[in-house]
Design a protein around this ligand. Structure first.
Ligand code: ADP
Ligand code: MG
Length: 462
């Protein structure tokens, strides 16, 4: 491949960015997790690549990776975020000692391999989210059965549009479809957010031709969380054309969203009607039967994976299922805590144990942090977190930034200087100014009043 082409492909990956001192991060792991966990696990993690918003970490084996992911991933991410706020995900790569050497060599010799690898990493399907471990219930029955039908008859239901609230299994289904179809099709799986990222990159690099080719050559195009395109005109324009050209050549399109097509906010009508023009199926909140079935399935998976016996009584399982009200992601989170607790205490748990664990979980969930405020506010206004924290002063960025500072002051116990520091090291006087401005605006301006109250309820809901 000539230099030119490889440069173009570069448009689809993050710029590398090196600011982390991995030794320092490792030291903080040791402090946080204790030497035992550190010596047997975390010490063996190496930093392979660092990008603005994610890291690729090297681990020695698949088992090692699964263990780290199931037990420590959240904490590791929280820890590295303390060093670099813009990080929002971690990828793992399995590297045996020898392969490690090889990997570096390949990269040096042939940059293209590395680029392809990165695209794969981004758009990679998660092999654990397949049809086999998707549990069927009343609330997801129709979505599941059409997801399977799409795999049998490409382009019969086009697009297939799956909608439903957070944590109800949309991404899981999209993944399962991708896995099923990938051996015989050119499957492209991407979140709307990543799609936008590549889009902007290509515009900046003046490389739209390659962008168009890249996404239009797929025969199965899966796009997750399409609601993200809300309010983004040029992205919608591009999506519209990609959509049409894919449909025209008979590619299957599968889309997920948190709401029905016609309910999408600030999305062009012609797009809404295209999205609604195939088959729309929704996933509802799970009933107790489904929750119990999912818990049992997950327990079985953990037992098989870690070869350990997890004994939770029927009573305890029903209790967890009935207490966890919002979504399946939370349900699994609660189960993981219960399992962790029973491991530590090495005994069979009763309902009272569960009650106290759940109390902790729900209390923790409700804790509002500056991080969370920043995330919710930037999502609410559809701007990138990094932009909201940047030094740019244009109003579409400055207002949300001020709102986030205001909420940080009102809803957390952080001091003004602390809040300033969390906003890319701003001075506390900037925070005072933001608090005053937003207080005044929220008294005078109905739009502002509405925004603040909606953001507050988003924060309290999560
Ligand atoms: P969404 O994309 O709708 O927010 P996800 O697909 O990420 O939700 O699902 C959240 C979590 O719940 C994932 O771990 C997923 O595997 C699990 N999950 C959701 N529905 C089911 C199901 N029916 N059976 C098994 N696991 C499920
Ligand atoms: Mg999802």
């Amino acid at each position: 491949m000539d230099k030119n082409t490889s440069k173009k492909q570069n448009a689809y990956i993050s710029e590398e960015e090196k600011t982390l001192n991995w030794e320092e991060v490792q030291l903080s792991f040791k402090k946080t997790f204790g030497s035992e966990v550190y010596n047997s696990w975390l010490q063996k993690i190496s930093l392979m690549k660092e990008y603005n918003d994610y890291l690729i970490l090297g681990v020695p084996t698949r088992f090692f990776r699964d263990w780290i992911v199931s037990r420590y991933l959240d904490k590791i991410l929280a820890k590295v975020k303390e060093f670099k706020l813009s990080l929002n995900r971690i990828e793992f790569k399995i590297i045996e000692e020898k392969q490690n050497q090889e990997f570096i060599k390949i990269n040096e010799l042939n940059k293209v391999t590395e680029i392809k690898d990165s695209i794969l990493n981004y758009n990679r399907l998660n092999p654990n989210l397949n049809f086999e471990n998707f549990v069927q219930g009343k609330s997801n029955d129709i979505a599941l059965s059409y997801s399977k039908k799409v795999c049998e008859h490409i382009a019969r239901y086009n697009p297939l549009y799956i909608c439903g609230g957070v944590g109800l299994g949309k991404t899981h289904l999209l993944n399962a479809i991708g896995l099923e179809l990938q051996s015989e099709n050119n499957v492209m799986y991407i979140s709307a957010e990543r799609f936008m990222y590549h889009f902007i990159k290509s515009i900046k690099k003046n490389d739209m031709v390659n962008f168009k080719d890249f996404f239009r050559k797929s025969s199965v195009f899966i796009i997750d969380d399409i609601q993200f395109i809300s309010g983004k005109e040029s992205l919608q324009e591009e999506f519209f054309h990609t959509f049409n050209s894919l449909i025209e050549k008979g590619s299957q399109i599968i889309i997920s969203s948190d709401r029905a097509p016609m309910k999408l906010d600030r999305v062009q009508d012609r797009i809404k009607s295209r999205l609604a023009g195939g088959l729309v199926v929704d996933i509802d909140t799970p009933d107790i039967d489904l929750k119990i079935k999912i818990l049992k399935k997950k327990i079985e998976e953990v037992q098989n994976q870690f070869k350990e016996n997890i004994s939770l009584s029927e009573e305890v399982i029903s209790f967890i299922a009935s207490e966890s009200k919002t979504n399946i992601r939370e349900l699994i989170g609660v189960l993981n805590r219960v399992i962790a607790f029973s491991r530590v205490h090495n005994r069979i748990l009763n309902i009272n144990d569960c009650k106290s664990i759940l109390k902790d979980v729900f209390n923790q969930i409700r804790v509002i942090t500056v991080d969370k405020i920043q995330n919710v506010v930037s999502n609410y206004f559809n701007i990138a977190l990094s932009e909201m924290l940047s030094q740019r002063r244009s109003r579409p960025l400055a207002r949300p930034r001020q709102i986030a500072m205001y909420l940080a002051k009102k809803m957390t116990t952080r001091s003004l200087p602390e809040i300033g520091r969390r906003f890319a090291n701003r001075d506390h006087t900037t925070v005072i100014h933001a608090v005053k401005t937003i207080t005044r605006l929220s008294e005078q301006d109905d739009e502002m009043k509405k925004n603040i109250s909606q953001i507050k309820s988003l924060l309290l809901e999560q």
